[in-house]
Design a protein around this ligand. Structure first.
Ligand SMILES: Cc1ncc(COP(=O)(O)O)c(C=O)c1O
Length: 394
């Protein structure tokens, strides 16, 4: 048996490796606390599970769905975009359901890249922005995200050859892994850049509903001209505690959505209609409060983690959104050596920044998705064993 050459072009998925390491430790009887993957620990809101139960009992939802999605879902997404972002969408042509943002982003690579084409991807960034282009036969071109530029890519610094070959530009704010919110003017620059180079902007809006300190994240599509050059992928995974549901939507440029839809009709058979109807409930005005409540929870946890990190001498900038804290590793460590030491000394899993791209080196990521007691315990372990380790190093 010989897996394809294509598959050998990508490294193993980060969390597959982490899961293996955690399993090894647990097999040795060690109580490991994982602050690795970002998977909300609290349940999906009751209004969503109740809508699912009702819809799942209706035989009308049991047959093959359409890749276009039910009209109720497309209308609910459009209603949410109008209410939440002030963005008008045509439910008939500018909204299509997706089986999670990951599926959607991966498949956009298949829909838009030919061999030799480039997808411009943030470094550090969500791994699918780089693995997706490689699996699709194209190439990722990395755009460094640096703290001194507020984690905005420098579009003007992209070399001419890469600009000419670029067909896709990935953006993601609030940003995984850095926790940055969109820097002023970046969306406007992206629209101008896309017009100048005839490419599609894909804004990954997986974290717009998880923001702190009163900040309200905008939609890329609220930027003048954005709909002519771009799409947005809106996921319910993080904001609504729905990672297991595989519920998302792609919205925006109708031509791009048509290409995605054509591809998808050959790949999968759409989203279970009961999940579509549960998603309608999540996106109703009654669902807004659930997302706001989750932001409050993560803000509390963010403060807990940032205070503890500062106490052990880590110069962390609190994130404006997302479910992550991104912090510099202490001097003398690489991101991997630091994360390995943390695992060994305190049985706490954190993610090495280098796994998100070369410019993630020198940082580590903590996910805020475990319950408050375990998070407190993890923080205490970091404070005692690592505080002591830093003391020994000094
Ligand atoms: C930036 C980003 N995009 C997309 C995803 C995946 O979202 P979904 O569960 O909708 O596939 C994640 C998950 O961690 C993410 O961090």
């Amino acid at each position: 048996m010989q897996p394809s050459e294509r598959l050998s072009r990508i490294p193993p998925y980060l969390f597959a490796e982490l899961e293996r390491k955690i399993a090894d430790k647990r097999a040795q009887g060690i109580d490991v606390i994982s602050l690795g993957i970002g998977d909300p620990d609290t349940p999906t809101p009751a209004l969503v599970t109740e809508a699912l139960a009702e819809a799942a009992a209706d035989p009308g939802t049991h047959r093959y769905p359409s890749n276009r999605g039910r009209p109720e879902l497309r209308e609910a997404v459009a209603g949410f975009y109008e209410r939440r972002f002030g963005v008008a969408l045509d439910p008939a042509t500018e909204v299509i359901p997706a089986l999670g943002a990951k599926e959607c982003i991966f498949n956009l690579n298949l829909a838009f890249l030919d061999p030799g084409d480039i997808a411009l991807a943030a470094d550090p960034g969500y791994p699918v922005y780089t693995g997706g282009p490689l699996l699709a036969g194209g190439e990722p071109f990395l755009m460094p995200l640096k703290p001194e530029r507020a984690f905005a890519p420098d579009l003007a610094a992209i070399p001419a050859d890469a600009r000419e070959r670029a067909r896709l530009l990935y953006l993601n704010y609030p940003n995984n892994p850095t926790g940055a919110v969109v820097p002023d003017g970046l969306f406007e620059q992206a629209v101008a850049f896309a017009r100048a180079h005839d490419l599609l902007v894909v804004h990954d809006a997986s974290y717009t509903e998880t923001t702190f300190d009163g900040y309200v994240a905008p939609s890329f599509l609220a930027t003048p001209g954005a709909k002519e050059v771009g799409v947005e992928v809106f996921s319910l995974s993080k904001g609504y505690n729905m990672t297991g549901w595989r519920a998302a939507a792609i919205v925006g440029n109708a031509e791009a959505l048509e290409a995605y839809w054509r591809l998808k009709t050959n790949i999968d058979s759409g989203m279970f209609e009961a999940v579509q109807l549960a998603t309608v409930a999540a996106l109703s005005p009654a669902g807004d409060a659930a997302a706001r409540e989750m932001s409050g929870l993560y803000q509390r946890r963010r403060d807990l983690v940032c205070d503890a990190l500062r106490e052990i001498g880590v110069a962390v900038t609190p994130p404006g959104g997302t479910i992550y804290v991104w912090a510099p590793v202490p001097a003398g460590h690489t991101s991997t050596s630091y994360c390995e030491m943390v695992l060994e000394e305190s049985a706490v899993v954190i993610s090495p920044g280098g796994a998100y791209g070369p410019n993630g080196e020198g940082f580590f990521r903590i996910s805020l998705t475990i319950d408050d007691d375990r998070l407190r315990e993890a923080v205490e372990r970091l404070r005692t064993s690592l505080g002591a380790a830093e003391g020994r190093a000094a």
